[in-house]
Design a protein around this ligand. Structure first.
Ligand code: FAD
Length: 529
C-alpha cells in the first residue's frame, strides 16, 4: 500500500514524496529524546501542494483511514513535536522570500524560510527580525513554538514581528488571518466555508468560557494547550492568527507569513561578571536588566567549566571559581551609557567578582564564552544531555529559592542540574546527562521531569513558559489542566481538525506511554549544532 500511496501523491503534487527507509530515517529524529519513524515524507513546493496533501489525507480519514501528519521545519524541536509515525510534511522547499516593501519594512515569505536566510536577505536593506535563537529555525517553526528566545526580554519574540499568516486547514481550505470586527466579522461567521465555521464555533467557545478567558488575560500562563484563544477573541473582535503561536502544527499548516522587520542595531557591547553565589548576582542582574540588554544570560559556572573540559579557553572567566554563576549582558543601543552605569557599581561588587567589560584584549575570551554552551551541550562523554526540562519560566523574585530547591533535587536524583538561561526573558534550561542506552532512561527522565515541574510550579513558574509542551512536557501538562481548560482546548482542536490528523499525538493528544516507548536508545544520528 505504502508504495502505491507515495506514487499517487507524487503524481498529485509538484514537490516530492518519499517512502524509502533510508530517507525516512532522516526525519525520524529531531533535537528531542524521541525517535519515531514516518511512513512517508512529503516536500511540497507550493501552497497548492500542501492543499492537495491535506485534502487527500482528510478524505482518507473520513473513510476511517487515519494517517497522523506532522509538519517539520528544520527539525530543531526539543519536545518531539515534529515527528510522526505517518506522514511528515517538510517545509524545506517552501523557503522563498516572495515580496518585500522596504518603506513599510514588510516582507512576505514562505514558512519554511530559515531565520538565517531571511535576516541575510533583510540585512541588505539594514533590516532584521531580532530573534536570539538557532539561525536554522524556520519562520513556521518559530511561530508554531513561539519560543522565549534570548532576545525576547527586549524584542518580545516572534509574535511581535508577524503581521499575518496564510494557513492550509486540515480539509485543504486556505485561510489568511486578519482581525475581524463588526459587520466584517458578522459576514465571516455566515460564510459556508471551513473558516466561517471555525469563526462561528470559536466565538461560541469564547462566550461559554468568558470567565476563564478573563483570568487567562490577567495572569501569565505557559504555552500548554491553546492559551492564545484569550488573544484571538477579544472585545467582540476575532483574529485566528494568535492561536497558531505555540500550536505546534496541530491546527493547520502555515504556508506563508507577512512580517514587519526592524532596523539592525549596532554590534552589541558585552559585559561579563562572575559571582560566588546567586545572592551576590541578584542585585547585579536587576541593574543589568533595567538597562534593557539585548541579552542577559545566567550560567551556573559548571556549564562554563564543562565547556573548558572540551578545550574551550575560558580561564580568564573561571579562574579561582569553585562554584557560582557567570552573567553575560549584551547592549545594542546606548551601549556606552549602559556600560558606564555598570562600571559605576564596580567598587561595590563583591571582592571575588570579576567584571569584564568588552575590549579588544578580552574579546577572544568573550567569543569563547558565547560558544561555550554548544560545547557543554554536545560533550557527550558519560551520557547525552537530552532536552527534557528546557524552556521553562521562573520569575526573577523566586529564582534564588528555586536554585536552593534544585540543590536538594540534584542530591536526591544524583543528576548534575547546572542551570543556564535568559534572566531578561525568564527562560531557563536544565540539561543533565542521561545514559540513553540505559533501559531505565525513560523512567528516570520522567521522574526528573515531574519533580522538576513540581519545583518550578511551587516557585510561581511554568514548564511551558518558554516553549510549548510537544510530546515530552505533555507528560506533565496534560495532568495539570483544569476540567474547563481541558474541555475548551479539546474543543478548539476539534474545531480546526475534525478527524484529529494534524500532530494528533502532541499537546492534549500526547500519550505518556507512547511517548516513553519512543525514547531513543542510541545517540541521535542527526545533531544540528
Ligand atoms: C541550539 C538551539 C537552541 C535553541 N534555543 C531555543 C530556545 O531558546 N527556545 C526555544 O523554544 N527553542 C529553542 N530551540 C528549539 C527550536 O529552535 C525551536 O523549537 C524552533 O522553533 C524550531 O524551529 P524548526 O524550524 O526547527 O521547527 P521544527 O522543530 O521542525 O517544528 C517545531 C514545531 O513547529 C511545527 N511547525 C513547523 N513548521 C510549521 C508550519 N509551517 N506550519 C505549522 N506547524 C509547523 C512542527 O510541527 C513542530 O510542532 C533551540 C534549538 C537549538 C538547536
Amino acid at each position: 500500500m505504502g508504495g502505491k500511496i507515495a506514487r499517487y501523491l507524487n503524481q498529485l503534487i509538484v514537490g516530492n514524496v518519499f517512502d524509502a527507509p533510508e530517507i525516512l530515517e532522516n526525519y525520524a529524529t529531531d533535537r528531542s529524546a524521541l525517535k519515531i519513524k514516518p511512513k512517508f515524507v512529503a516536500l511540497p513546493e507550493t501552497t497548492d501542494d500542501v492543499r492537495k496533501l491535506m485534502k487527500f489525507f482528510t478524505q482518507l480519514a473520513s473513510k476511517d483511514i487515519k494517517v497522523p501528519i506532522a509538519i517539520r521545519g528544520s527539525g530543531l524541536d526539543e519536545m518531539g513535536a515534529d515527528l510522526s509515525s505517518g506522514l511528515v510534511i517538510s517545509t524545506e522547499k517552501l523557503n522563498r522570500l516572495l515580496e518585500s516593501d522596504r518603506r513599510e519594512r514588510l516582507v512576505r515569505v514562505q514558512a519554511g524560510i530559515t531565520l538565517k536566510e531571511l535576516n541575510t536577505a533583510l540585512s541588505v536593506n539594514g533590516l532584521t527580525i531580532p530573534i536570539g535563537g538557532h539561525e536554522m529555525e524556520t519562520i513556521g517553526g518559530l511561530i508554531s513554538n513561539c519560543p522565549s528566545d534570548d532576545y525576547a526580554g527586549k524584542y518580545g519574540g516572534i509574535r511581535t514581528y508577524v503581521e499575518r499568516i496564510e494557513v492550509v486547514l486540515a480539509n485543504g481550505e486556505i485561510l489568511q488571518t486578519g482581525r475581524f470586527m463588526g459587520s466584517t466579522l458578522k459576514r465571516k461567521t455566515k460564510e459556508k466555508t471551513a473558516e466561517g465555521e471555525i469563526c462561528r464555533k470559536l466565538l461560541a467557545v469564547a462566550k461559554e468560557n468568558e470567565a476563564l478567558l478573563k483570568t487567562m488575560r490577567k495572569t501569565r500562563v505557559g504555552l500548554a494547550g491553546y492559551p492564545m484563544i484569550a488573544r484571538a477573541v477579544k472585545k467582540n473582535t476575532l483574529d485566528l492568527m494568535p492561536l497558531f503561536f505555540g500550536a505546534e502544527g496541530t491546527l493547520g499548516v502555515i504556508t506563508e507569513v507577512i512580517l514587519r522587520a526592524v532596523p539592525i542595531a549596532r554590534r552589541p557591547q558585552r559585559v561579563v561578571a562572575t559571582f560566588d553565589d546567586f545572592k551576590m548576582a541578584e542585585k547585579f542582574l536587576d541593574l543589568a536588566n533595567s538597562l534593557k540588554p539585548r541579552e542577559l544570560n545566567l550560567y551556573d559556572v559548571r556549564v562554563i567549566k564543562g565547556a573548558e573540559e572540551t578545550g574551550k579557553k575560558l580561564s580568564e572567566i573561571t579562574k579561582k571559581m569553585e562554584d557560582g554563576f557567570v552573567v553575560l549582558a549584551q547592549y545594542d543601543r546606548k551601549a556606552k551609557g549602559c556600560i558606564r552605569k555598570i562600571e559605576s557599581v564596580r567598587k561595590v561588587l563583591p571582592k571575588t567578582t570579576k567584571l569584564l567589560v568588552e575590549s579588544p584584549k578580552n574579546k577572544p575570551a568573550l567569543d569563547e564564552l558565547c560558544n561555550s554552551l554548544t560545547s557543554f551541550l554536545h560533550h557527550t562523554k558519560a551520557g547525552e544531555r537530552v532536552p527534557i526540562l528546557t524552556d521553562f519560566a521562573v520569575p526573577g523574585r523566586n529564582l534564588g529559592n528555586f536554585l536552593r530547591d534544585l540543590e536538594t533535587l540534584e542530591r536526591s536524583l544524583g543528576l548534575d542540574l547546572a542551570i543556564f538561561g535568559s534572566y531578561a526573558a525568564t527562560n531557563y534550561h536544565l540539561r543533565p546527562r542521561f545514559k540513553i542506552d540505559d533501559p531505565d532512561f525513560p523512567r528516570k527522565a520522567a521522574t526528573f521531569l515531574k519533580t522538576g515541574a513540581f519545583l518550578i510550579g511551587r516557585n510561581g513558574g511554568s514548564i511551558t513558559g518558554g516553549a510549548p509542551e510537544g510530546r515530552v512536557k505533555a507528560i506533565v501538562t496534560n495532568d495539570q489542566f483544569t476540567e474547563a481548560e481541558k474541555n475548551m482546548y479539546e474543543t478548539i482542536k476539534q474545531i480546526f481538525d475534525r478527524y484529529d490528523i494534524l500532530n494528533s499525538q502532541v499537546k492534549l493528544g500526547a500519550n505518556t506511554r507512547s511517548t516513553l516507548t519512543h525514547f531513543r536508545t542510541t545517540s541521535s544520528a542527526k545533531i544540528m549544532i
